[in-house]
Ligand binder design. Structure first.
Ligand code: ATP
Length: 516
C-alpha cells in the first residue's frame, strides 16, 4: 500500500501549463507585452471552469445549507478596516535581497538554508598572471554550480565576458546559510515587507486618499456582521460567505496560478457560540471547526479530488496566529508537491472585538435564551479559487495509451466540465449534415452548454474535446439523414451509442445527472 509520504505528483506543472495555453484555459497576463509577473488571464475554457468551481462552492455553502448567507462586498474598503484587522501593521513577509549581481528578492522563509562554499573569481591574464576580483564571492554547493552562477550572472556583471577565469574555493568558508538559488549571492538580513497593494481614491493622490486593494475577502463579512444578522433575522450559529478578487504584493509570485498577485478567494465566517457558553447537545466552536474541516474536504472529494491527495496540517502552537485557537490547512498534492489548498481557522472573537474597538460600534450578540450579550466566535474556511482550479485540473489530468496513440484527457467531474457536449458533422462539405448538426447543437444549448465544431477531422475533434474534459461528443453522419439518429461518444469509456436525434438532449442531460 502506498503511504501519503511515498505519493508523488503524477503530472508536472509544465504539462498543465502547456495544456492550459494550448487549449484556451489559462494564458499569462498581458502576454503580448512580455506579461506582468504574478498575473494570469483565464481563456474561454478556463473562464467556464473557474465559474463552475465558484458556482459549486456557492451551492455547497449557501444553497445546500440553511445557516449561511451570501454577500458581495466592495474591493475598496475604508482604510481603518485594515488598521483594525492588523493588516497595516503586520501583514508582511520577510524579504531578503541577494547580494549577488541579480539583486533578486526572495521571501526569506521560502529559501531553504543549505550548505554552501564560497568561490572567488580569479582573472587569468594572457601572460598567465592571476588577479583576484574584489567583491566576487559566489556561494554554491559545488564548483559546478558556482560555474553555472558565474556564467549566467557574474561574468557579464564583472565585465569578464570572453576572459579566462578560475573559480577558487575559499578555504574554511563552508557553512549552512541562505543563498540566492539564482546567482549564488548571499542573502541579506530579512526585513518586513507589507503585502498590501494600494491606490488612491478620488482625484487627489495624497496620503489622505490612500486606500488598499483588499488582501482577503474576509473583512467584508466582519464589517457586515450586524447588517446581515439584523436584516436576515439570524440567530447564532450562522455564516456569511463571499467570493471575489483579492490582491497581495507577493514577493515571489510563482508556480503558475498557485501564487499570484491578483487572485480570487471563497471565504466564509461562521459565527457561533463560544464553547464555554454551550449547553448539552449544542456544538461548541471546536466541534464546528471539525465540522467545517470535514465539510470542505468532502467538497473537494465530491468534485474529483482523490482523497489520498489531501492531507491535513494542524498548526502547532508556535505556528498559530496569537488570536487563533486552531487552524487546519487542507493540503493537496499539487504538481509542485504538498501545499495549502484551503485554511480553516478558529479565529475566536478576535476580529469582531478588533472592529468594536476601532469603529466604536457594538457588535455583541444578544442571546435571548441566556439573556446575555457576548461576542461570537468565528470559524473561517478560506479557500483560493485559483488553487482549487489547479487542484481539479491536476487530478483530472490523465494520459492514456489508445492503440498507437497517447490520449490526453481531463476527467473532470461533469459539473466542472467547461463544455458539457460538442456536436460535429462527419463531413463538413455536406450542407445537410452541417445543418442537422447546427440545429441539434442549438437545441442542446437550451439544456446545457454545447458547442459546434467542424474545423478538423473527427478523430482530432474528439481529442480536442478530451483535452478540455467535455463529457460527450455527438456526431452527425450520413446515416443520420436516413435513420434520424446520431452517435454519442462518452469521454471516459470512449464507448459510442446510437441515439435518436430527438432523444439526444434528454439522454445526455440524464447521463450528466447520473455522473454527478
Ligand atoms: P500561503 O501561506 O500559501 O501564502 P495563506 O495562508 O497566506 O497562504 P490565506 O490568507 O489563508 O492564505 O488565504 C486563504 C486561501 O487563499 C489560501 O489557502 C489560498 O488558497 C488562497 N491564496 C492566498 N494567497 C494566494 C496567492 N497569492 N495566490 C493564489 N491564491 C492564494
Amino acid at each position: 500500500m502506498t503511504t501519503e509520504n511515498e505519493l508523488k505528483p503524477h503530472v508536472t506543472l509544465d504539462t498543465i501549463v502547456s495544456l492550459c495555453k494550448r487549449r484556451g484555459i489559462i494564458f499569462p497576463g498581458s502576454e503580448i507585452y512580455e506579461g506582468l509577473q504574478g498575473t494570469y488571464d483565464y481563456g474561454p475554457i478556463g473562464a467556464e471552469l473557474k465559474k463552475n468551481v465558484k458556482n459549486l462552492w456557492w451551492k455547497s455553502m449557501i444553497y445546500d445549507r440553511d445557516d449561511v448567507e451570501g454577500i458581495d462586498c466592495a474591493i475598496l474598503m475604508n482604510p481603518k478596516v485594515w488598521k483594525a484587522s492588523g493588516h497595516v501593521d503586520t501583514f508582511s513577509d520577510p524579504l531578503a535581497d541577494s547580494m549577488g549581481p541579480s539583486r533578486k528578492r526572495y521571501r526569506a522563509d521560502h529559501v531553504e538554508p543549505i550548505e554552501c562554499t564560497a568561490f572567488e573569481v580569479i582573472d587569468v591574464t594572457d601572460e598567465g598572471s592571476e588577479k583576484r576580483i574584489e567583491g566576487a564571492k559566489i556561494w554554491a554547493p559545488s564548483k559546478k554550480k558556482a560555474k553555472e552562477f558565474y556564467q549566467t550572472w557574474w561574468e557579464k556583471h564583472l565585465g569578464l565576458a570572453g576572459r579566462r577565469v578560475k573559480l577558487e574555493e575559499v578555504a574554511g568558508s563552508t557553512r549552512v546559510g541562505r543563498f540566492s538559488p539564482d546567482d549564488g549571492g548571499e542573502l541579506g538580513e530579512p526585513r518586513a515587507f507589507n503585502l498590501m497593494l494600494s491606490t488612491h481614491c478620488g482625484p487627489v493622490a495624497d496620503s489622505a486618499a490612500k486606500v488598499y486593494l483588499r488582501p482577503e475577502t474576509a473583512q467584508g463579512m466582519f464589517v457586515n456582521y450586524s447588517n446581515v444578522q439584523t436584516s436576515m433575522r439570524r440567530k447564532l450559529p450562522f455564516g456569511i460567505a463571499q467570493m471575489g478578487r483579492s490582491f497581495r504584493n507577493e514577493i515571489t509570485p510563482k508556480n503558475f496560478i498557485f501564487r499570484t498577485r491578483e487572485f480570487e478567494q471563497m471565504e466564509m465566517e461562521f459565527f457561533c457560540k463560544p464553547g464555554h457558553l454551550c449547553k448539552e447537545g449544542e456544538l461548541t466552536d471546536d466541534q464546528w471547526h471539525e465540522h467545517w474541516v470535514e465539510y470542505r474536504t468532502n467538497f473537494y472529494v465530491k468534485y474529483g479530488i482523490r482523497r489520498d491527495h489531501l492531507r491535513f496540517h494542524y498548526q502547532t502552537k508556535e505556528e498559530l496566529a496569537h488570536y487563533s485557537k486552531a487552524c487546519c490547512d487542507i493540503e493537496f498534492l499539487f504538481p509542485l508537491g504538498w501545499q495549502e489548498l484551503e485554511g480553516i481557522a478558529n479565529r475566536t472573537d478576535y476580529d469582531l472585538r478588533m472592529h468594536m474597538e476601532h469603529s466604536g460600534k457594538d457588535l455583541k450578540y444578544f442571546d435571548q435564551e441566556l439573556n446575555t450579550h457576548y461576542v461570537p466566535y468565528v470559524i473561517e474556511p478560506a479557500a483560493g479559487v485559483d488553487r482549487a482550479v489547479l487542484a481539479f485540473l491536476t487530478d483530472a489530468y490523465l494520459e492514456e495509451q489508445v492503440k498507437e496513440d497517447k490520449r490526453v484527457v481531463l476527467k473532470l467531474h461533469p459539473e466542472l466540465a467547461p463544455i458539457k457536449a460538442a456536436v460535429f458533422p462527419l463531413l463538413k462539405n455536406r450542407p445537410e449534415l452541417v445543418e442537422m448538426a447546427r440545429n441539434l447543437c442549438r437545441e442542446m444549448k437550451q439544456s446545457f452548454y454545447t458547442v459546434y465544431d467542424d474545423t478538423a477531422a473527427i478523430g482530432k475533434l474528439y481529442r480536442r474535446q478530451d483535452e478540455i474534459g467535455t463529457p460527450f461528443c455527438v456526431t452527425v453522419d450520413v446515416d443520420s439523414l436516413d435513420d434520424q439518429a446520431v452517435t454519442v461518444r462518452d469521454r471516459d469509456s470512449m464507448q459510442q451509442v446510437r441515439i435518436g436525434i430527438d432523444k439526444v438532449r434528454d439522454y445526455i442531460a440524464g447521463e450528466l445527472r447520473g455522473k454527478s
